[in-house]
Write a protein that binds this ligand. Structure first.
Ligand SMILES: [Zn+2]
Ligand SMILES: [Zn+2]
Length: 181
């Protein structure tokens, strides 16, 4: 009876030892798990902070971008307006230049007409015949018949009033001062 009791005690002692060992092991595992959990929590916190910072930065960047786009739109508007104004100005200048060119062309035509026109009868002189092109001693040009009858009445050039005689009349053959054939 006594022996059975001692055996039971030993068995119980062994079981207690086992339980203690298991408990120690579990405690160790538990500690590791707690450590892991803490690590995961700290990582999570870090990630949350990073995400918040990133979100904030994203919003800031978005606002900056919107501001830049606004400024660009303003600049574009100004450039567009300036261009329109410039084109308008150019168009006006073009009209002025066209008008000036027209006037110059008319002047030139008149001048060309003057170059081939006898200043006494205001008709173009001829290449040959009675109203053919002649010059006086002073160099001025007339139609032959016109200057001959003029010098019958007066012995001066009707243009520059230099004394000139009929025998000083010369035929001129220059192509550029003759009328077009
Ligand atoms: Zn004439
Ligand atoms: Zn003259």
């Amino acid at each position: 009876m006594e022996c059975k009791k001692t055996e039971d005690i030993l068995k119980l002692q062994n079981q207690l030892k086992d339980a203690k060992m298991k408990n120690t092991k579990l405690k160790k595992e538990n500690k590791t798990l707690i450590n892991d959990l803490q690590f995961v929590r700290s990582q999570n916190e870090k990630l949350v902070i990073e995400f918040n910072t990133f979100s904030l930065k994203s919003i800031e960047n978005l606002e900056k971008l919107q501001k830049i786009i606004g400024k660009l739109e303003q600049m574009y508007f100004v450039v567009e307006n300036t261009c329109a104004h410039f084109i308008q100005k150019l168009e006006k200048q073009k009209q002025i230049h066209l008008k000036e060119m027209d006037e110059l062309k008319r002047d030139l035509d008149k001048q060309n007409q003057d170059d081939i026109t006898c200043s006494i009868c205001l008709v173009a002189w001829d290449v040959s015949g009675s109203h053919r092109l002649v010059s006086l001693f002073c160099g001025h040009l007339f139609g032959d018949s016109c200057i001959r009858s003029y010098l019958n009445r007066s012995e001066i050039c009707p243009t520059c009033r230099m004394p000139c005689r009929q025998d000083q009349i010369r035929y001129i053959y220059g192509r550029r001062i003759l009328p077009k054939q």
